[in-house]
Design a binder for this molecule. Structure first.
Ligand SMILES: NC(=O)c1ccc[n+]([C@@H]2O[C@H](COP(=O)([O-])OP(=O)(O)OC[C@H]3O[C@@H](n4cnc5c(N)ncnc54)[C@H](OP(=O)(O)O)[C@@H]3O)[C@@H](O)[C@H]2O)c1
Length: 374
């Protein structure tokens, strides 16, 4: 495992961090397959991963509980724990303590090493800022209940500048970043700027929620011709940037954990696939449909529409075409009517929560058209 600088801290972070948002389940998102997930987390720690990322809401709160179980038996002091406050759910200053204490209780810890404001975008940032979150963070730092503060971020560069200027004690800036999303949200400019301000840049969605590792045939053929594994190259592309502290992968199987640890072990300076990445990036631009990563932040829809599932049907059909297109039209026809895209009443509530800022109501209308021809 390679270890890297973590902002201004005297802490060497593993190049690979463990994102606990996509743990293996028994079918439903909130029902984690505990034996498998515990084995994965422990394997990662035993092979050098020292940064775990969770959130109050992941797996309905069970991600934090699972981590506590995985750390039983002496692994707690081998890792730094990051978890996050659901900024969109804060209704009053009392919620800060409530969410924080719930996370501590689930994680079975008195102190959170890195406490992050989750999913900062302009509206959620204004919400917590106006409820006094910065003074609350100062208090928790002084009490020693929080080791360091930070935020995960899903908005434009100017909003990032605003957030950074508002508080001198940020340590962690977590951003969505990968070779296919250089210009999305704060993008490369945000990564470089946050690092220049002394923050530890933690990357999330390095494989764009797994989609970069499972490319459509037109993209897969580029990888195959080069004899390269897309996940390995996508991760090493990130580690090639000195501004990146650690890369979180939301691994879902033990095999993925092992493969990503192997990639992290190759070390900085091994990335040389610039032309291949450029060709793959161009091919994706040609194929692009809805920029949805199926993170699920848009749900529950007040009207019950299955939003990520609808976009997945459209994206798969658009990218893979042929048999997948027909299969997905059949799947769409079989969906309960109240979950289908045409059940959207365009209230737009989901759009405030979407980290990708997708015009969801518009796209749902396009899903329905593509899936039914009407
Ligand atoms: N704060 C926020 O707003 C926010 C938002 C998003 C993520 N996060 C955090 O960042 C973490 C990382 O983001 P992410 O989960 O989207 O990461 P990611 O690495 O982009 O996607 C994870 C998915 O990639 C696939 N994968 C991983 N390693 C692979 C390999 N070696 N080969 C093939 N496929 C592989 C798996 O998908 P399949 O199993 O489907 O193949 C896995 O579920 C999250 O877990 C979470 O902790 C935070």
């Amino acid at each position: 495992m390679e270890y890297r600088t973590f902002g201004k801290l005297d802490f060497r972070v593993s190049a690979l961090g463990f994102g606990a948002m996509r743990l293996p389940t028994l079918g439903k998102y909130n029902e984690i397959d505990e034996p498998k997930a515990i084995e994965m987390v422990r394997h990662a720690i035993d092979h050098g991963v020292n940064y775990l990322d969770s959130a109050h809401g992941y797996h309905g709160g069970n991600s934090e509980r699972l981590i506590a179980k995985a750390l039983e038996g002496g692994r707690r002091n081998k890792v730094r724990l990051a978890t996050k406050m659901p900024t969109w759910a804060v209704k009053s200053p009392a919620d800060f303590d409530r969410f924080f204490e719930e996370s501590c209780e689930r994680l079975q810890t008195h102190r959170i090493d890195f406490y992050l404001l989750h999913n900062l975008q302009a509206g959620f940032w204004a919400n917590v800022r106006d409820h006094g979150v910065l003074a609350w963070l100062d208090k928790k730092l002084a009490e020693g209940r929080i080791g360091h503060t930070g935020f995960s971020f899903h908005d434009s560069f100017d909003v990032l500048e605003d957030v950074l200027a508002a508080y001198p004690h940020w340590t962690v800036c977590q951003v969505q970043y990968n070779f296919a999303c250089e210009d999305v949200q704060a993008g490369t400019a945000g990564v470089v700027f946050a690092a220049s301000q002394g923050l530890a840049v933690v990357v999330m969605e390095p494989l764009f929620g797994g989609t970069l590792a499972n490319p459509p045939p037109a993209v897969r053929s580029l990888w195959d011709a080069a004899g390269k594994d897309p996940a390995d190259v996508a991760l090493r592309w990130l580690w090639d940037m000195p501004q990146v502290a650690t890369v979180l992968s939301g691994m879902s199987t033990l095999d993925q954990v092992k493969r990503n640890i192997a990639s992290a072990g190759k070390g900085t300076g091994t990335f040389s696939e610039h032309e291949l990445i450029a060709a793959v990036r161009e091919k994706y631009k040609e194929l692009a449909a809805v920029p949805c990563t199926a993170c699920g932040y848009c749900v529950p829809c007040p009207n019950g529409v299955a939003i990520p599932e609808s976009f997945t049907l459209l994206n798969q059909a658009r990218i893979h075409g042929g048999g997948v297109g027909q299969l997905n039209r059949n799947l769409y026809a079989q969906m309960p009517k109240e979950k289908r895209a045409d059940a959207c009443v365009a209230c737009h509530k989901c759009e405030d929560r979407c980290p990708q800022h997708i015009a969801i109501a518009d796209w749902l209308a396009r899903v329905h058209l593509a899936m039914t021809g009407k």
